[in-house]
Structures are given as C-alpha cells and as structure tokens.
Design a protein around this ligand. Structure first.
Ligand SMILES: O=P(O)(O)O[C@@H]1C[C@H](O)[C@@H](CO)O1
Length: 250
C-alpha cells in the first residue's frame, strides 16, 4: 500500500511506547500513498496496556511536529446498533469519551500552548468534508452496502463489556464500542489536525441474556483480515483525494 517505505520499529525510537497487543506490529512506516507523503502506525497504544493516557497519544504530537495535517484512524469495534452487521465499516461522526467522564482526558495537566488552546472544541472532531468524501468514495467502490455512519464510544478495556453495559451504551446513543481512537482524536484536534476515523464492526456487542455469543479477540482479528483489502482500498482512495489543509481550530 505504501510506496518506497522506510520502517522504524517503535522499540528503536527513544521514548516511544511499545506495542503489547497481539496483531499490532509496532512499527512506523514512512512513504507515499497515492503520491501523498504519509506516515502509518502499525499498531497503536491503549489505556489497558498500562500506559499513561498522555503516553498513548504521544505519537499525535510527534506527527504534528513532523507537519502531518490530516489523521486517518481505523479501529475494530463491537456493534451496538442493531442494524449493523459484522464486517460493516462505520464512519465515525462523533464520540462518547467514557473515561473522560471520570477525568481521564489526555489533555489533563498543564496545557501545552504550542499545540493548542486549554479548552478545545470537540463538536467538530470528525471532519465533515472527509466524511462526505468517504461516503462518495465508498459508493464509487461499491461499498455502500456495508458503509455506515455512527457514534463510537470508548471504554478503558481490556475486559469486554457486560450485557448491561452494552444496553446502557446503546441507550446513551453509541452505535459501536471500542478501546481506542478517541484519546488520539482529542490530542490531534487540540493540535489543529483534521481527523477522520473508521470502525470495522468486528463483532456484535452482546445485548441479550439468552445469547450464546461471546466477544473475543480472535473474532476481532479474523473480521479485520476479511475486510483488510476493502479497507485499504477505501482509505487509499480517500487519501488520494485529500487536499492540503489549512489549520484552523474553533
Ligand atoms: O486498537 P483497536 O481499537 O482497533 O483494537 C480493538 C480494541 C482492543 O484493543 C482489541 C479487542 O479485540 O481490538
């Protein structure tokens, strides 16, 4: 996918966290995609790995300092919306930062004025133009059947949710639940980067006490493998259409 790749292992980058999750390679890949210079993270960091929330989001500030203007993120998530199927791809239009309700926000602590303001706006966290373009690209590629839009809720993990928790999150307006992305988006938006994110619905959240289904990481990885080619096509086509971005925060 990336042309002329230059690869750096996280373990070789000073102060960079290390990937501990199975299926996450733990490498930064620099190169070009559809002629655009880019850097890709092969593996991200999660609260449940035991890192401080500021450490999880350190790469976003590194990217900002390197001149990155647009962040495209993907994750795997459990589907709460009853219209979603395993294998659907949800364009994130908004989020619910559940750890943030308890004070776990990556911007806690002294504000780094060189990146952004003390109280950044989040009502426009997921770029409307990129979402519109992604829907158009998805339609052109024949992906409309499995391309959805919705609200992503982040939890701390690593345990998957109980049935009562899934029901509550659904009532609160979440369409999918996961363990990442939101902290990264908050830091990227604070620094004025444009954000776009996709959730692959890797499993259905269990909402029914009679169900025999159990969330598990194997199913998450397997759904990822099955949709990898289409996700790559969607993201690379979108990248090819991304225009230069002039930084402006609200
Ligand atoms: O990094 P993401 O959010 O895609 O990974 C999800 C959440 C957990 O790390 C894992 C659970 O299977 O997948």
């Amino acid at each position: 996918m990336i042309k002329d790749p230059e690869i750096f292992r996280y373990v070789d980058i000073p102060n960079f966290p290390k990937s501990t999750v199975r299926g996450h390679a733990g490498r930064l890949v620099f190169g070009t995609l559809k002629g655009k210079p880019c850097v890709c993270m092969q593996g991200r960091f999660h609260l449940y790995e035991g890192y401080a929330i500021q450490k999880i989001t350190l790469p976003m500030r590194v990217f900002k300092l390197m001149g990155v203007q647009t962040m495209i993120m993907t994750n795997a998530a459990g589907g709460l919306n009853q219209d979603f199927k395993v294998g659907d791809v949800m364009i994130i239009k908004d989020h619910i930062n559940m750890p943030g309700f308890a004070g776990a926000n990556p911007l806690c602590g002294p504000n780094e004025d060189r990146f952004g303001v003390r109280f950044p706006c989040m009502s426009d966290a997921y770029d409307r133009e990129l979402r519109r373009q992604a829907l158009a690209v998805g339609a052109e590629l024949g992906f409309s059947d499995f391309l959805k839009e919705g609200v992503y809720c982040v939890l701390g993990g690593p345990s998957f949710e109980t049935i009562a928790e899934c029901r509550m999150l659904h009532l609160l307006g979440a369409d999918a639940v996961g363990m990442s992305t939101v902290h990264e988006v908050i830091v990227a938006r604070h620094a004025g980067m444009r954000c776009f994110a996709l959730s692959l619905i890797s499993n259905k959240a269990v909402m029914d006490y009679e169900s025999a289904e159990r969330a598990n990481h194997e199913e998450v990885l397997e759904t990822g493998r099955q949709r990898a080619v289409q996700l790559e096509k969607l993201v690379s086509t979108l990248v090819g259409r991304v225009e230069q971005y002039n930084n402006h925060c609200c």
